[in-house]
Design a protein around this ligand. Structure first.
Ligand code: PLP
Length: 373
């Protein structure tokens, strides 16, 4: 079996699971309980929070634990809109964003907010001139992925931050779900940042929104005491603690893994460039090496996916959270070509990917391609 869908999900690390089990067994009391067992659980959660904060170079108070990136994106977007809606009702995003960003934005449009989509350049980066044109004094939020989940384009967050300097009402939210643990992310540049554990070999059901201290958010989950006033619910101690372990390994291995994956990425690109009717949508100069998105002329992507699956190779056609058989929005925005956007295949790599797997993939791709043509 060869798994090449790491952008959708990653297998949990043994050490992360071990830590989850140990903490679950040791600290079963509610961290908010006012007795010795509760206090011990609270001390454990505080330590894990501090360690995550130190790894991300932020303050522990800036971490809001959520059930994952979808909730973190919803909290960032709806929370800012509700809290700062009096200052303005204008928000800017792009066509590269995950459905957990565009979903809450569609919801806000129905509530009277105006959402503009910035154009992207042929290589997939945000068109900064267009962003400059779209910015207004009543723009309260811009939301862009550090690395988008379909093309894997790394955005120039510093250049974007520079553009909003003259707009004091405008906050900058970055969905860094496909970036944390893979490339370096400078949290100084943003006001809000989303990430999730299951993209970095952690467990499902835990993620976080980083929110700079000066910002207030209207919660979307109301209720009792938690680790912050911005998201209620009994703190998920073992999940939070295990996310710290996942982050620790991902950051420790980030550089070495990047180099390895870059080499594999180049091998795949070289092999695919031999097919005149295969178009590589992820521009090598700006894309993360972890994701390669291609379009297949004259072949249905789902058929190629199926052919590869028959050979026990697992890739995806798009991001796992989008409606099947619809054009890829990022590829459509990039190319303006509906056919190309309907035939996308996403190959995504991870720290477990091996040289042998890459050889097998290249061979299997060739055999499948010949069968389908
Ligand atoms: N944002 C991006 C860029 C993603 O790739 C994903 C997952 O596919 C999400 C958000 C949603 O993450 P979660 O599954 O943790 O809700």
């Amino acid at each position: 079996m060869i798994y090449l869908d790491y952008a959708a999900d990653t297998p949990v690390r043994k050490e992360v699971l071990e830590r989850f089990n140990k903490v679950s067994e040791t600290y079963f009391a509610n961290p908010n309980a006012n007795h010795a067992l509760g206090k011990a659980a609270k001390a454990c959660i505080e330590e894990a929070t501090l360690k995550i904060a130190q790894q991300l170079k932020i303050k522990p108070e800036e971490l809001i634990f959520t059930s994952g990136a979808t909730e973190a994106n919803n909290l960032a977007i709806k929370g800012v809109a509700e809290q700062y809606g009096r200052k303005g009702k204008h928000i800017i995003t792009s066509y590269l964003e995950h459905s957990s960003v565009t979903g809450p934005l569609s919801y806000l449009q129905e509530k009277g907010f105006e959402v503009d989509f910035v154009q992207i350049m042929p290589d997939g980066r945000i068109n900064l001139e267009h962003l400059q044109e779209l910015l207004r004094p009543d723009t309260i939020l811009i939301s862009f992925a550090a690395v988008d989940s379909e093309l894997g384009v790394i955005q120039d967050l510093r250049a974007i931050r520079n553009l909003i300097k003259d707009y004091p009402n405008c906050l900058f939210h970055v969905d860094a779900t496909q970036a944390i643990g893979k490339i370096s992310v400078d949290l100084e540049l943003m006001d809000l940042m989303t990430f999730t554990a299951h993209k970095l070999y952690g467990i499902h059901g835990i993620g976080a929104l980083v929110k700079k201290e000066k910002i207030y958010l209207t919660p979307i989950v109301h209720g009792g005491l938690s680790t912050t006033p911005f998201r209620s619910g009994t703190p998920t101690l073992a999940l939070i603690d295990s996310m710290n372990t996942a982050l620790e390994f991902a950051l420790k291995e980030q550089e070495a893994c990047y180099e390895k994956v870059l080499d594999f990425n180049q091998q795949i690109r070289k092999a695919l460039s031999g097919y005149p009717e295969v178009y590589i949508n992820s521009d090598e100069k700006v894309a993360s090496p972890y994701i390669i998105n291609i379009s297949l002329k004259g072949i249905k992507a789902s058929e190629m996916q199926q052919k590869l699956e028959e050979r026990e190779i697992y890739v995806s056609t798009k991001s796992a959270c989008v409606t099947p058989n619809t054009p890829s929005r990022p590829v459509l925005a990039l190319s303006g070509d509906r056919k190309r956007a309907l035939s996308t295949l996403r190959i995504s790599l991870g720290h477990l990917t091996t040289q042998e797997e890459i050889h097998c993939f290249i061979e299997a791709f060739d055999a499948s391609y010949k069968e389908l043509k």
